[in-house]
Design a protein around this ligand. Structure first.
Ligand SMILES: Cc1cc2nc3c(=O)[nH]c(=O)nc-3n(C[C@H](O)[C@H](O)[C@H](O)COP(=O)(O)O)c2cc1C
Length: 237
């Protein structure tokens, strides 16, 4: 089997880890793979908190309801959808484009314009007022043109950001697996307390997943992996 496919199929959600030293080099490769995931408008609307020092890890594991993968992990990665980073990200991309010779002035202006429109489209505005106006406007436009609906509420924006964030999570887990480190994605955590512990903003941040990472314990016996058959999952048109 192709080595990438083999890594994808080999990954399991491991529930008990034994301690392992995850070197800085390995950590960087794993995180680098995460940020290479595709994201909507290349907006990379997430932030990753890598928790590995003992005291912090113990505190975070407790907020993952003391689940065994969290308690035994060598590192916990809290993956946060971040809808407050959009302006800074587009500015940073613009700076990057300006620093490179392969982008013409016209291309840069084009990006600048698109980024501005994107910012306006993705802004819910104070008290969601702009979001409601936007919803009405797009609803009317949809009557005569095929055009879909941009996120109009804060909840929509988090849903939008969660898609890109989840892809980063999967990249991270596959990269870890490829480097001999096992993982367990978790949504069993106290989001409010964990967000407070990390000093996150209730307005801009939402924890999507916590990923426990370590080396599978020799005592842990994986259950057989079950998946629905392809025909139950896929429609080929
Ligand atoms: C979004 C998400 C949340 C999950 N939350 C937990 C969790 O809180 N605790 C846990 O032990 N496993 C959790 N899992 C792992 C699943 O139980 C596991 O992926 C699934 O049973 C399939 O097993 P496999 O990944 O080994 O194939 C979660 C997985 C996903 C994708």
């Amino acid at each position: 089997m192709n080595v990438t496919l083999e890594t994808i199929c080999k990954r399991r959600a491991v529930k008990v880890f034994e301690p392992v030293d995850i070197s800085e080099g390995i950590r960087e490769q794993i995180l680098n793979a995460a940020r290479h995931a595709p994201s909507s408008f290349n907006s990379q609307p997430y932030r990753l908190y890598w928790i590995q020092t003992g005291k912090e890890r113990t505190a975070a594991a407790k907020l993952c309801m003391g689940q065994m993968p969290a308690e035994t992990a060598s590192a916990l990665i809290v993956v946060v959808a971040d809808i407050g980073s959009l302006t800074a990200t587009s500015r940073s991309q613009l700076e990057w484009m300006r620093s490179r010779s392969e982008f013409s002035e016209a291309k840069i202006r084009d990006y600048e314009r698109t980024a501005k429109i994107g910012r306006i489209l993705f802004m819910p505005g104070p008290f969601g007022i702009f979001g409601a106006v936007k919803w009405g406007l797009f609803w009317l436009l949809n009557l005569w043109k095929v055009m879909g609906m941009p996120p109009t509420s804060r909840q929509d924006l988090f849903k939008w950001a969660t898609k890109s964030t989840s892809l980063a999570c999967q990249n991270l887990m596959i990269a870890a697996e490829a480097l001999g480190i096992n993982t367990c994605p978790m949504e069993g955590f106290d989001g409010r307390r964990l967000a407070k512990y990390l000093g996150l903003s209730t307005r801009y941040h939402e924890i999507v997943m916590v990923i426990a990472m370590g080396k599978k314990s020799q005592t842990y016996v994986e259950p057989p992996q079950w998946r629905r058959p392809l025909h139950a999952t896929v429609s080929i048109l």
